[in-house]
Design a protein around this ligand. Structure first.
Ligand code: CTP
Ligand code: MG
Length: 229
């Protein structure tokens, strides 16, 4: 089975409010995206890495590649307006021989390599799976952004992470269907759910955070130091 890992790094990082795309910020001296790439590269199953970035970030990425050599075969392609468009560009640029697709956020550098491998092994159960964690807080739904309308049962709620792993045909047909219906989702699994397929949830630790806002940089440092213990 030929496994292609998509690293989605083509966002703007608006919520981080930094002068550069958040993935090129360094934590403990190493750029976030470099840390993420090293984790994916360390998987024993990943055969090929597709780096999906904004064309305006190509210089930053080139610097990372020259400093932190990538020893797996890889290709750079450009993203689109939404994360979904970036992954869709990935689908059009991946090696034709791809059997299994792993999608991962460039902004999620703390995933552990064993869990990446576990997710890849799990893909054969339902054709689609994701790392996730149980929700800690009570979640409310508000339709107008002012008043809460209802409270879903917390015991049923999972917060999804990445990697998400798919049989290539499953993800390709889900993407085809989503674009034909005009559906946009914030993760890849939601497109597969729309086709009626179940997604296997793999319970993972809370430290696989997506670096999104300034305070995440504080958590990130703490997580890195914890891992050194
Ligand atoms: N991403 C992408 N293409 C986009 C949007 C997002 O590849 N058009 C990537 C981001 O680079 C990030 C991951 O998807 O690694 C998760 O998205 P998010 O955390 O929302 O990152 P940004 O969109 O960059 O941040 P923001 O929403 O705050 O602008
Ligand atoms: Mg975003």
């Amino acid at each position: 089975n030929f496994v292609t890992a998509f690293i989605a790094a083509a966002g703007m990082g608006k919520r981080m409010n930094a002068p550069i795309n958040k993935q090129f910020l360094s934590i403990e001296g190493v750029p976030i995206l470099a840390q993420t790439i090293k984790k994916i590269e360390a998987s024993k199953y990943v055969d090929f890495i597709l780096l999906i970035i904004k064309s305006s970030d190509l210089n930053y990425l080139s610097q990372i590649i020259s400093k932190y050599k990538i020893n797996t075969n890889y290709k750079i392609c450009y993203g689109g307006n939404e994360r979904q468009d970036s992954i869709n560009n990935g689908l059009m640029n991946m090696p034709k021989s791809t059997d299994i697709i792993l999608t991962h956020d460039g902004a999620r550098p703390f995933v552990c390599v064993e869990k990446i491998d576990q997710a890849i092994e799990s893909v054969f159960e339902t054709g689609a799976c994701t790392l996730a964690n149980k929700v800690k807080d009570t979640i409310k739904v508000s339709y107008d952004g002012k008043n809460a309308d209802y409270t879903p049962n917390r015991a049923l709620l999972w917060q999804v992470q990445t990697p998400q792993v798919f049989l290539a045909d499953v993800l390709k047909s889900a993407y085809k269907q989503a674009y034909s219906e005009g559906y946009y989702g914030t993760d890849d699994c939601s497109l597969v759910e729309k086709t009626g397929r179940k997604i296997k949830l793999i319970d993972n630790s809370y430290d696989n955070i997506k670096i999104t806002t300034k305070e995440d940089l504080i958590f990130a440092k703490a997580i890195l130091r914890k891992k050194d213990l």
